[in-house]
Design a protein around this ligand. Structure first.
Ligand code: PHE
Length: 452
């Protein structure tokens, strides 16, 4: 399998490809709603602290495993130690769980994109619009199907490169728009400055173990960790490229965009609601409720809103493509299916899990698993349960079986590994202990033993 892996051309090629996968709805939709819900500044602080230590080490480990073996996740773990093949297998499951509900949200984004483009911005700014929209059965389903169909067409016809090129050009525009919208909100809206404080100033009284659980789940999700994707990327990376630097760049980029998205959304919700906890804690719908309200009062808001949702759509699409591509290639490798059939299977999985996620807001709103709506449940199962298990197994594997030294050597093939001590300590001691605590808390939380 390893023989004819093509490599990323330039230095920047690797970083851009990995960033294209990393930057998506996780940054723009998921991060702000979690930050608002889990106390603003304290969530931000915990997230950044985790990103520079834990996220960094795990990403270096995954990329190095990929580059060392030149294989995709299942093969990579198998070739290093057969007993750990299961980590690769579990890793392949995660994108299969995420992709369906990711596409449901992708569908919401498409609906808003079209709404803004066709001039229904005003309607969408109504506070009740979003909930009544997702409360419908048919339309969200159609948008979900459209989003997943576009993703499948891209993957099937292998036109990723084209889409990625477009999205690379669009990414800086997305950043500029986000900065502009944040500045506009902060300067013009009453109460937004207090909202900024809420977002950046840690309030330690709001800290709980669930802050860490949520921040860690978000870290995995946003940086595309603990699902084998970075192993796959690493397997295409040339030996002379610095894994450490690339990781820092991806991390900075990914966290930067998440931070900006939060800055655009959290202070605005704060301002609209006067800091009301229910409004801040409303969850997945936050972006769709708050942004249209900002665009409504902003001069030229309808055009800016349209541009914004187009960019978000592109960011979501590139991430969905990399999610689907991963599942398709696992099916191809493992079950020797051809590409078309693999794609069909993935579509089947998407329907199976995506339709209930979408209906969970309408006809099946009564159906709850562990007290969670279906979409929230899939999100929880992948981010708060499966991914921590994979990260735990990876750190035990690297820390005690393979030994950090083996990966440090791999990293040093490129250049000196400056943070290798931090890497070893985090992988051997900090990560296993933290993740175990997280895992236990999230499971206890889900079963209602402790409060989420
Ligand atoms: N990291 C992406 C995001 O933030 C989601 C994703 C996860 C994409 C895993 C690909 C693989 O939206």
């Amino acid at each position: 399998m390893a023989e004819n892996r093509s490599s990323f051309k330039g230095k920047i090629g690797f970083v851009l490809a990995a960033a294209g996968s990393a930057v998506g709805l996780g940054n723009i939709w998921r991060f702000p709603y979690l930050a608002a819900k889990y106390g603003g500044g304290i969530f931000l602080l915990v997230y950044i602290a985790l990103a520079v230590t834990f996220g960094f080490s795990l990403m270096v480990a995954e990329i190095a495993i990929g580059r060392k073996t030149g294989l995709s996740p299942i093969g990579a773990f198998r070739s290093l130690d057969r007993r750990f093949t299961f980590v690769g297998v579990l890793g392949a499951l995660v994108p299969a769980i995420i992709l369906p509900y990711y596409s449901v949200i992708g569908g919401w984004v498409m609906k808003y994109m079209l709404g803004f483009v066709t001039g229904s911005a005003h309607e969408m700014a109504n506070g009740t619009y979003f909930n009544s929209y997702i409360g419908e059965t048919g339309e969200p389903l159609v948008w979900f199907l459209t989003f997943i169909a576009i993703t499948a067409v891209v993957v099937l016809f292998g036109v990723q490169k084209g889409i990625e090129k477009v999205s690379k050009v669009m990414m800086p525009v997305l950043v500029l728009l986000t900065v502009f919208i944040s500045i506009y909100t902060i300067c013009t809206m009453d109460g937004a400055v207090e909202g900024v404080w809420y977002y950046i100033k840690p309030d330690f009284s709001k800290f709980s173990i669930m802050t860490v659980v949520a921040a860690m789940g978000q870290l995995f999700y946003s940086m595309s960790l603990a699902m084998g994707i970075m192993i796959t990327f690493g397997s295409y990376m040339k030996k002379e490229i610095s894994i450490e630097k690339s990781t820092r760049q991806i991390e900075l980029f990914d966290t930067g965009i998440a931070f900006l998205a939060g800055l655009m959304i959290v202070p605005a919700v704060y301002a609209f609601s006067g800091g009301d906890e229910a409004a801040l804690g409303q969850g997945p719908g936050l972006m769709f409720v708050t942004l249209p309200k900002i665009f409504e009062v902003m001069p030229g808001g309808a055009v800016i809103g349209a541009a914004f949702f187009i960019m978000v759509f592109l960011a979501a699409l590139t991430s969905a493509i990399s999610l689907m591509e991963t599942v398709v290639s696992v099916l191809q490798d493992k079950f020797k299916l051809d590409r078309k059939l693999s794609c069909l299977c993935v579509l089947g999985i998407c329907l199976l899990l995506g339709v209930p996620s979408s209906f969970g807001y309408s006809v099946w709103s009564e159906v709850k698993i562990l007290g969670m709506q279906l979409l929230d449940f899939f999100d929880f199962a992948s981010n708060s349960v499966l991914m921590p298990i994979i990260a735990l197994a990876t750190s035990i594997f690297v820390g005690y079986v393979l030994k950090p030294k083996a990966l440090i050597e791999e990293v040093e093939l490129g250049c000196e590994f400056k943070w290798k001590r931090l890497f070893s300590v985090v992988i051997r001691y900090v990560a296993p202990v933290c993740i175990l605590v997280i895992l236990v808390s999230s499971v206890l939380g889900a079963f209602g033993v402790i409060k989420i």
